[in-house]
Design a binder for this molecule. Sequence first.
Ligand code: PHE
Length: 355
Amino acid sequence: MSDLDNINSSFKQKFNSIKSKDELQNLKTEFFGKSGKITNEFKSLGSVEADKRKEFASSLNKLKDSLTSQLEKKYLEFETLEVNEKLKDEKLDVTLPTRSFQSGKIHPVSQVIDEISSIFSEIGFSVAEGPDVETEYNNFTALNTPENHPARDMHDTFYLEENKKILLRTHTSPVQIRTMLNEKPPFKIIVPGRTYRCDSDQTHAPMFHQLEGLHIDKNITMSHLKGCLDYFIKEFFEVKNIKMRFRPSHFPFTEPSAEVDIGYRIENGRIVIGEGDKWLEILGCGMVHPNVLRNVKVDPEKYQGFAFGMGIDRLAMLKYGINDLRAFFENDYRWLTHFGFDPLDVPTNYRGLSK
Ligand code: PHE
């Protein structure tokens, strides 16, 4: 056997029993270090007889290449093993049960406000807001409800001072006034918000929520109002057909005025909205009274339009089968867990409102 064959077989023997990166490093030094076996062979090249030198050099180079590539391959194997070992320790067990924390829920009233805003934004309404504490002027006088008007009593107002100039708003209609005073026509807004009346039973709470709608432009008619409400009710209750009727009514700030009822029936103890021979009142509406427009310096000869107001809590009760309004405001966590909504399921028209 030649020297090179010896080197090769001794390398093979040692190489096959290597168990760690360190051992590999030692082997590398043994053959390729300063006085390594291969290094020495290279050093001895000069003393090889001239006619054999070329052949010897070529075999030596081949051996060198073969050994280095084996060493490199083994090195990579150890590297991969090490990484895998590390990953095993870092493994994330996705089957671990979550820690028991109580996740929050969206209150049905907030959910319904989001749903309503989403539905109306689709047809060009923007959301306006106003304060809960209002002036008597914005809440009544500007809305064509002068002092001593009987409608003021119907509202069971909470006054905040003796001379009755400041109050808790009894409806969201004062935001009509605020918006029209601060901006220029056309107006196309909805106003969700808290409202207050001195009243409390299973279907009335002293604080409740209303949704106001106002659309003022040139040539807006009662049929726009009807189309708008028809669209809204269908979208909101997620039904294709809805029986709806307009009943003549009276509000000081609209003329003509109407109350809107929708058809329903009871099926297996549950309410089915949209069809049936029973009627449910859900909102008040009408064409904005010219006096209201004059009060906010809008010319009723040029601009006109409609307004409506509805109870948000009532809508939430109907849609989600909740039968006691008072539960809305008791902050009972068990009730919220049952009737509340997932915070990440934000209602949108394209993804769905409540599903
Ligand atoms: N503000 C009225 C109420 O609270 C509802 C309403 C709003 C009626 C707008 C007509 C137009 O009863």
